[in-house]
Design a protein around this ligand. Structure first.
Ligand code: AMP
Length: 278
């Protein structure tokens, strides 16, 4: 595995790979890798000849009061995990390497990103779209693999790819969970041991909603109340408990196939998200 820091060098390598007639699959991450990220690497391996994992904690997708400064980082550990999992190139740029001091172009998706996390994290998805577009241009990705863990992000990236004609195929891979149901997240490492039980409220809320759906419940308001109550009961501070149409991210009145059940909540200072797609 080769570690590449310079965007220009990465672009040169990608050109050379394409020159040999090989395809490139990219897995964008913010690092502090876990099995969720590594499952995307496995998927990427099945989708193209060469796998590039990008490791970049992107400052412009964090709000002023969010956790950019305390986001967990361990480049050596990440590099070892990538190497062991068969990543070909680890692209790990610096902030200065990615953003000119006077950078003044951003990408704004203006519809899907007005809902869910976009509604409570202003500017977040603009930062995501901008960095993902840059990563696509730097790695010359043929395929990019994202996790359903961030389902709204995948929908927005797909919209960006469609609307701006990026020659990149977007693949969405399933959520990887701990044995107890907690969706894996780099942010889980910030949970105090006694908060671990509380954090289970997100997956428990979604399970309760799915169970109600199984019993025939279709009323979105009732399902949202079930999710919000389940999270509050565990001691989570609910950010949202939503039922939206996955193709538009707009609230639905009745849940059914194509509905995304999505939850976000604070477990102490740590904001966690989870979702289930019906
Ligand atoms: P992050 O490093 O949190 O920005 O995540 C990088 C990529 O890994 C995104 O496409 C996430 O959706 C994906 N990812 C994060 N956690 C999981 C998980 N538990 N299961 C599957 N994919 C995940």
């Amino acid at each position: 595995m080769e570690i590449v820091e310079s965007p220009l060098a990465m672009q040169g390598i990608a050109r050379e790979i394409h020159g040999r007639g090989k395809t490139i699959a990219v897995v964008p991450t913010m690092g502090f890798l876990h099995e969720g990220h590594l499952s995307l690497v496995d998927r990427a391996r099945n989708e193209a000849d060469v796998v590039v994992l990008t490791l970049f904690v992107n400052p412009i997708q964090f709000g002023p009061n969010e956790d950019y400064a305390v986001y967990p980082r361990d480049r050596e550990r990440d590099a070892a995990l990538c190497e062991a999992r068969g990543v070909d190139y680890l692209f790990a740029p610096t902030v200065d390497g990615m953003y000119a001091p006077d950078a003044s172009v951003k990408i704004n998706e203006t519809s899907l990103s007005t809902h869910l996390c976009g509604a409570v994290r202003p500017g977040h998805f603009s930062g995501v779209c901008t960095v993902v577009a840059k990563l696509f241009n730097i790695t010359l990705a043929d395929v990019a693999v994202f996790g359903q863990k961030d389902a709204q992000q995948v929908a927005i990236v797909r919209r960006m790819v469609r609307d701006l004609n990026f020659p990149v195929r977007i693949v969405m891979a399933p959520i990887v969970r701990e044995a107890d149901g907690l969706a894996m997240s780099s942010r889980n490492t910030r949970l105090a041991p006694e908060s671990r039980e509380v954090a289970l409220g997100l997956s428990a809320a979604l399970s309760a909603a799915i169970e109600a759906y199984g019993r025939g419940e279709r009323d979105a308001a009732a399902v949202k109340a079930i999710m919000a109550d389940a999270m509050s009961a565990r001691g989570l501070k609910v950010d949202y408990a939503s039922a939206v149409d996955y193709s538009t991210m707009e609230d639905v009145d009745e849940i059914g196939p194509g509905t995304l059940l999505a939850v976000a909540a604070y477990c102490g200072p740590v904001r966690l998200i989870d979702n289930r797609l019906l």
